[in-house]
Ligand binder design. Sequence first.
Ligand code: TRP
Length: 473
Amino acid sequence: MGAPREHFSSKLGFILAAAGSAVGIGNIVGFPVNAAKNGGGAFLLMYAIFVFAICLPVMMAEMSVGRKTAKNPVGAYGALAGQNSKWRLAGLLSIITPFMIAVFYTVLTIWIFIYLVMTVAGQLDYLASADGFSEIINSPWLFASMVAVGGVVAFILKAGVKQGIERAAKIMMPALFVMLILLVIFVLTLDNAMAGLQFYLVPDLDKITPSVISGALSQAFFSLSLGMGILITYGSYISNKTDIEESAKLVAITDTSVAFIAGLMILPAIFSFNPEVNTEELSDSSVSMIFVFLPKIFLALQASVGYFLASAIASVFFLLVFFAAITSLVSIIEVPVSYLIDEKGHDRKKALATIFIWGGLLAVLSTLSFGMVDWLTSLTSYGSGTKSLFDVIYDMFYDTILPLNGLLICLFVSFRWKKHNLNAELSEGNPSYGKSFLAKYVDFSLGTFIPFILAAIFINTVAKIYFGYDVFS
Ligand code: TRP
């Protein structure tokens, strides 16, 4: 046995780290745009209900499995189901999935870092120009940026759970929050800000269709870091004194609040840029919003505040997104790292080196799949057409396998580990848990409608992505 397992130093440290994992690029642009386009206040309300009614029990289950076993996902499934159990495969899926998600998320983080550096260097006008984005995703600077991003993540993870992950979250999360609030205050003073707020918040029930509902649920699920093995892993670093119910609620509230507040910045900014904006055309994709659309908005600010201040504001924004991305990246890479440490007996350094070599290689290949190398760019074709290596990784792991992992953990906890064990674990650090309404709700929902819903999402995603058939539309 190696050194004793490290722990977060406090409940707050754990909550910030888990919230840091959950808050990512999707919260800052994906959620606001999606909400605004798909029913405003009605979408927000529905999303909040999904977070608490469907995602919270899954989150509590993942954290409990992690804490009970004090192991990575493979070790955790093995410890509870037996070392030869097929459930270990579910654990393995919870190692491979985050590893592959880390690959595509690294690519996005590399772009963000380039945008950050360029806005700080006064190149906002270039980023806002027509070819800015397409040139950047094919430039040699990507590799320098990859080294920088890899360096930051390695620096954090090498320092371990308390000195690395927790400390980074304790610095970056409050900073992120302050930057977000400052940007909101600034944006709300712009002309036409109120039109943006109205578009964001006024409920429009007509827009709530079955496909919007299923989209909102998937988004809530992904946003909270569920199905990625992250909360099992982070849960393995908390003590029995930590109240899991309360921690999970605070993580869910933080993640949802950041997403909500980001909308108070993004939508007014869009409307002040162009009050006549054709909202149908606002892209559904966070990627084109962040990298193509928002730089134009920041540049347009120069008319009222000058180029220098516009660049400063854009820099703050990209720093905020960069922090959000780094804390997510750290959490997701920690999953395979903890697997190598627990199961293969590596020390932290060797585990990190292994993951960085293989993950780095795949990240380089994904980076090359935006046009630099032809066969990676048109690797294969299914569903909506030609797919690059990056698309394949995204479709397979982020879209398809995540809900499957969520489904597996629900079934595992309900029917293999058994709910009385879950209840007992949740009562550690929270003696009155067993008698609460939530306990009864979690007990019932985890083995009934939650897995059913996740299975439906999984099947619909497979049909949609690979066969071009959407059950809900
Ligand atoms: N909320 C994240 C986002 O909006 C999604 C996410 C959750 C994530 N956990 C993650 C992404 C871990 C990467 C790694 O982008």
